[in-house]
Write a protein that binds this ligand. Structure first.
Ligand code: NAP
Length: 327
């Protein structure tokens, strides 16, 4: 089968398409013929061994994915496709079922076929959306859901989402609205319309207005793109308010510190632990018309290097899809 492989950590150019052996499902696994996948920030961070985050984080990253070279040669976490085979004990899925999901740190989705445990994050694809849309929903949604769960968001509470146009941001915005929050979304000029269309109550263009200077305060500031900071946004938090972080080693320290001291907290829960139930929850929202995929660009599997370069610009809106094989 065709797959995108890499044998050393580095820039997008370490990726190449190669013929590799098709995986064989173990008894509790489903073999998925992948129609669409994505290139996301987890793929980028892993491929680079998190070198941009400093030596300590890079070392931790290598501990997880392989000290000298990557243990798992095929990246890709999000997938949508058709069941092509099942192990002996699999009951939930049958050959021909249309499925979607997220393999997390097991990766493997940048390939024509992948194996996923039946009990892992794999679910029937919502019938009315395409494989590309189904591949594009899980990364942002699962990450955002994990962050919002840490916030214990209540109906009517005020949340500001910084970086509301990225994968986690577009997901966080839709989920926060679903949970009944009053949402102010922050993004750049080119994304105002998109973010408004996702249900934001207010949209701030950060190229014209600094939200920390307009006197408004919030119960939560969700830094969905890791470009703001607790220090800069603290005065915009109400007493008891939380800054929700998605990135940054310093936020780990601040989370520990502010859990004991002060009346405003940093919440940063890593590693994220999302479950099959979370995926089924997202599926239900999609089917109810309460959640949709945001796709920026589409590439073919062969153009993975170009796709990865684009993701690295940190300018994608929502997701970047790789089409693997036609349904
Ligand atoms: N997705 C994952 O699997 C994953 C895993 C681990 C960690 N993370 C972390 O979570 C964060 C978000 O990931 P993501 O995948 O959602 O990001 P993303 O989709 O790559 O975010 C891109 C968006 O960020 C906005 N942006 C770029 N620079 C900005 C700035 N200086 N200020 C405000 N907005 C800016 C851009 O929109 P505008 O032009 O509108 O600003 C762009 O639409 C990242 O820090 C990432 O490292 C993600």
């Amino acid at each position: 089968m065709r797959a995108v492989v890499y044998d050393r950590y580095g820039p997008p150019e370490v990726l190449r398409v190669e013929d590799v052996e098709r995986p064989v499902p173990k008894e509790d696994e489903v073999l998925v013929k992948v129609h669409a996948t994505t290139v996301n920030r987890l793929d980028v961070h892993t491929r680079e061994a998190n070198r941009r985050s400093g030596l300590a984080v890079s070392f931790l990253s290598r501990l997880v994915s392989g000290l000298r070279r990557p243990r798992q040669r095929i990246l890709g976490t999000e997938f949508a496709g058709e069941v092509d085979g099942v192990g002996a004990t699999v009951r939930e899925f049958a050959i021909g079922d249309q499925v979607f999901g997220n393999s997390g740190l097991r990766f493997g989705a940048h390939a024509e076929f992948m194996c996923v445990r039946e009990s892992a994050r794999i679910a029937p694809k919502p019938a009315h959306i395409s494989f590309e849309e189904a591949a594009a929903v899980s990364d942002g949604a699962l990450n955002a859901l994990w962050c919002l769960r840490g916030a214990d968001l209540q109906k009517g509470q005020k949340m500001l989402i910084y970086g509301a146009s990225g994968a986690i941001g577009t997901a966080g915005l839709q989920l926060a609205k679903y949970f009944g929050a009053d949402v102010t979304a922050v993004c750049s000029t080119k994304n105002l319309e998109l973010v408004g269309s996702l249900g934001a109550d207010r949209v701030i263009d950060y190229t014209h207005e600094d939200f920390t200077k307009n006197g408004e305060t919030y119960d939560f500031i969700f830094d969905a793109v890791g470009k703001h900071s607790f220090k800069r946004s603290r005065d915009s938090l109400r007493r008891g308010g939380c800054y929700l972080a998605t990135d940054g080693f310093r936020n780990l320290i601040l989370a520990m510190w502010t859990s004991r001291i002060g009346d405003k907290r940093v919440v940063f829960q890593i590693p994220p632990r999302y479950t099959k139930q979370d995926l089924l929850f997202i599926k239900k929202l999609i089917e109810a018309g309460r959640y949709r995929a945001v796709i920026d660009r589409r590439y073919s599997l062969e153009d993975v290097v170009e796709a990865a370069r684009y993701v690295e610009t940190e300018q994608k809106t929502g997701s970047v899809v790789l089409t693997v094989s036609r349904a």
